[in-house]
Design a protein around this ligand. Structure first.
Ligand code: PEP
Ligand code: MG
Length: 577
């Protein structure tokens, strides 16, 4: 029996899939490099025109056959614009006529030149454009060389295809072939291919190092898109666990329609506010379809991770305004940039830090870079005129920290007021509770803030001194550790004392087995991953008076094992759905 191996990468889309590995080789085209005779020029140009017509038909087929949203259809439709770009046509036909090149060579050279020009600009939007050109160029070459990028016959819906890099057209083809998941060695969350992946509901992980060498064809794989983890040849216990998880997901999926119309109430009638977390604007469409109570966390730093420049005030304003309008009247909680830690590299503003997670991260980064903070606050304030916008500061350590941020916010308000720009002057300001000191000082923060939100991902990391991204110490990353629960309870009590709304927006709020625990502790607002939204809602609806009674009597000063017994035994029936 092969040894079980775990690899990690970047999740492109949530979900779980179990299947057998199949490496997909994308072959190089064989291109005729010799010159053509002058009398063959017209023939080569007409081959080029024929190829355009074939690819045009292929694009129409994709548009009509995929289950994608209007917005994402635009991406595919934009490939048709590239295909019929008159400038490109003139570039290729001039190369055929003047350099006596075969159509294939002319296409390859022209497209390569354009792609390289876009890539040299090192701006994410141009990188996306480059990928679109590469995709169209490949389709034309496939047509001309008779090379078909059709999927291999052995690729059935039980397989997990593995690619070096994904293209938007390949994503469309996988979805049409009813493939449930894929892996790629290279990829970015914001690429068009990734956007389409989410729109089409494929589970996917990218940037898995050693993927090509470690995974063999036909290995059994568990693709855990929720965690960005790949498990190769799982042992029986791990496989059983994931098989069950997949079954739960499937069951829930079938209940979606029913749950959408139902209220988010516990079985004894208590309202639990359910917000969604959002990372990039492309997710908005899906979130508006959930019928949730609003957005509880917008991780705005995703707007410029992987690009070299910061979005301008106007660019940010457009995004925030769109979200505010689409989600109105429900709130959109915009968290100011949580840069630093592992999320700084592309900006090159800071030298390397020895302990980046303890360094210039979150609100500290914003306070150290007034221009960036100021631009963002102005953009959010302007958007607040168009809906129900709230502002939340990350990595707050105490009330002074919050007040310093608020001071700059006040200044932005005054500035906009004097410029005659409209904004919501009673916009709510909140703090994240994700550093132990903030939880310990929750009383003063609850008093000063309009709302609070517990970021359990970092609260666990900082309470237990365990890097949330380091697999080597993951056994110490115990989200239900009594020390963590004690800080959560303290925050809940402080929020209740000052009647300050409090949510939990870290991963704990999305994990089924923690929902009864959090509700039983007194949490009444959860902000969850959109893909877990209905799971969470179903669990909320099962929670009852008995749960609250049980947890009010429970002694949380015990050991981790005591708490595990509570979660995995006494509370199990609440999250087993
Ligand atoms: C958290 O720390 O729990 C949180 C929600 O913020 P992030 O995961 O973006 O650090
Ligand atoms: Mg955090």
């Amino acid at each position: 029996m092969n040894k079980m191996i775990r690899l990690t990468g970047n999740s492109i889309n949530n979900g779980l899939f179990i299947g057998r590995a199949l490496h997909i080789e994308v072959h190089e085209h064989s291109i005729e490099r010799n010159s053509i005779f002058p009398e063959d020029v017209d023939k080569e140009i007409s081959r080029f025109l024929d190829a355009i017509a074939v690819v045009d038909t292929e694009i129409s087929y994709d548009i009509n056959n995929t289950r994608i949203s209007d917005r994402d259809l635009d991406i595919i439709a934009s490939h048709r614009d590239i295909l019929h770009d008159p400038e490109l046509f003139s570039m290729v036909s001039t190369a055929i006529r003047e350099k006596l090149q075969h159509a294939t060579v002319a296409i390859q050279d022209c497209f390569t030149a354009i792609v390289e020009k876009f890539e040299a600009l090192s701006v994410e939007s141009f990188a996306l454009r480059a990928a679109d050109y590469r995709d169209v160029g490949t389709r034309l070459l496939n047509t001309l060389t008779g090379f078909s990028e059709t999927l291999p016959e052995s690729l059935g819906s039980d397989k997990v295809p593995i690619f070096a890099e994904m293209t938007p057209s390949m994503v469309g083809r996988l979805a049409n072939a009813k493939i449930g998941a894929y892996l790629s060695s290279k990829g970015s969350y914001n690429s068009h291919a990734s956007i389409l992946t989410r729109a089409l509901g494929l589970v996917a992980i990218a940037n898995i190092s050693n993927l090509k060498d470690v995974v063999q064809n036909d290995d059994l794989l568990i693709v855990d898109g929720d965690e960005g983890k790949l498990i190769i040849n799982p042992d029986e216990e791990t496989l059983d666990y994931y098989v069950q998880k997949v079954q739960v997901e499937e069951l829930l999926r079938q209940r979606l329609e029913k749950l959408k119309a139902s209220a988010s109430l516990t079985s004894d009638g208590q309202k639990i506010t359910l917000y969604a977390n959002i990372g990039i604007p492309e997710e908005l469409e899906g979130i508006t379809n959930l019928g949730c109570d609003g957005i509880g966390l917008f991780r705005t730093e995703f707007l410029y991770l992987s690009r070299q420049t910061l979005p301008s005030e106007d660019e940010q304003y457009e995004i925030y305004r769109l979200m505010a309008e689409r989600m109105a009247p429900t709130p959109v909680t915009i968290r100011t940039f949580d840069l630093g830690g592992d999320k700084l590299a592309p900006l090159g503003l800071e030298g390397a830090e020895e302990n980046p997670y303890l360094g210039n991260r979150g609100i500290r980064f914003s306070l150290a870079h007034h221009d960036i903070f100021h631009t963002q606050l102005r953009a959010i304030l302007r958007a607040s005129a168009h809906g129900n916008v709230r502002i939340m500061f990350p990595m707050i350590i105490d009330v002074e920290d919050f007040n310093e941020a608020k001071h700059i916010f006040n200044h932005c308000q005054e500035e906009l007021y004097s410029e005659g720009v409209s904004f919501n002057s009673s916009i709510e300001l909140g703090a994240m509770i994700e550093i132990p000191s903030a939880a310990l000082e929750a009383d003063s923060l609850a008093k000063a803030c309009d709302f609070l939100s517990i970021g359990t991902n970092d609260l666990v990391q900082y309470t237990l001194a365990v890097d949330r991204n380091n697999d080597n110490v993951s056994r110490y990353y115990i989200q239900h550790h009594p020390a963590v629960l004690s800080l959560i309870r303290q925050t809940i009590l402080s929020a209740a004392k000052f009647k300050t709304p409090l949510s939990v927006c870290g991963e704990m709020a999305s994990l089924p087995h923690y929902i009864p625990l959090l509700l039983g502790l007194g949490v009444r607002e959860l902000s969850v991953n959109p893909s877990n939204y209905f799971t969470v809602k179903a669990i909320v609806q099962k929670c009852d008076h008995e749960l609250f009674q049980l947890l009010s009597r429970f002694d949380f000063s015990g050991s981790v094992q005591d708490i595990e017994e509570l979660i995995y035994k006494d509370l199990k029936h609440y999250y087993q759905i």
